[in-house]
Design a protein around this ligand. Sequence first.
Ligand code: NAD
Length: 356
Amino acid sequence: MRITLLPGDGIGVEIVAAAVEVMDAVAKKFNLALEYDKQLIGGCAYDATGTPLPEATVTSAKASDAVLLGAVGGPKWDNVEPDKRPEKALLGIRKALGLYCNLRPMKVSKYVAHLSPLKIERAAGADLLIVRELTGGIYFGEHNEAAMVNGVETASDVELYTRPEVERIARKAFEAAKKRKGKVTSVDKANVLGSSRMWRKIVTQMQKEEFSDVELNHFYVDNCAMQLVLNPAQFDVILTNNIFGDILSDEASVIAGSIGLLPSASLGDGTGMYEPIHGSAPDIAGLGIANPLGTILSAAMMFRYSLNNDAAAQAIEDAVDKVMEKGYRTPDLAAEGLQKVSTCEMGHLVAAEILQ
Ligand code: NAD
């Protein structure tokens, strides 16, 4: 199995190194042959080649089974021309790999539940997956910037979806639910929007015809936003469009209590890409104190969704849990009575736990 590694900028380098140690441990335990190809992306790629997304990076990613990304960006590149900014590389690689499906799991670990902004009894037990459509909808529909129309300043953006776009993302959600608790909540605004009514009709039809073993319910997006803070534990898989998913996934992520713990996956029909949800954290880059667990859990998702190895994914997730249970924390989560460890020590601990 070939994996393209894109550490990127800032803490990306440290957290990807820790995740590779963990992947090596899993490879040893399950007797897997992993081959890595490290490439440049973001600001470091711009410095070395004049572009944040070199051709060699795209070629390597396309030829791999999966991509593991750290993060890109930092103040050093704040003033480069807009189309050469490190963040542009993210859109570029998602497009090159045809990644139309974003998976964001959010689990409130009992070890950090006290850090949730929700009351602990509401947050505890939340374990959900947001499946967000990533390449369609209002972000990609026709845009009309503000201009005078009939003497009035007017602007518009079009929310457009086609049946195949809805079908392929809904399929990813139903398939993910089958690997979890078997429930999909489809989120739309069908009381107002025609695109949402089509979305709801297609999802309902697919559940009846192809996924009758998965439970389906529908929420309006405003209700879903409320339910996420009232009772997040009621959800298993949330399926939604690009703009609603953008907003709901950020809302859900803060419930977990720590940005450093959350992984993500972006999938298409070929190579999948895996990355933590946080950025390059320039304020702590190079200090060896970044939390690598979001990246390590992204690697677990890679085994589950791209390398089709649930046992390896579970082994990583269990090892992370064990290390937390034993009281080891990077400084972002440290507290009295707990053992403070560095980024690479956290990598060693998780790897060692896997090989126990
Ligand atoms: P950030 O996520 O990098 O950092 C926000 C805060 O969280 C900082 O205080 C940081 O120290 C902390 N933090 C983040 N990850 C952490 C970790 N693993 N362990 C411990 N603490 C952690 O967001 P930002 O500061 O808004 O952005 C910094 C740079 O990252 C910008 O250039 C931004 O464009 C870029 N960015 C990249 C991505 C990506 O690569 N996918 C995503 C978001 C932001």
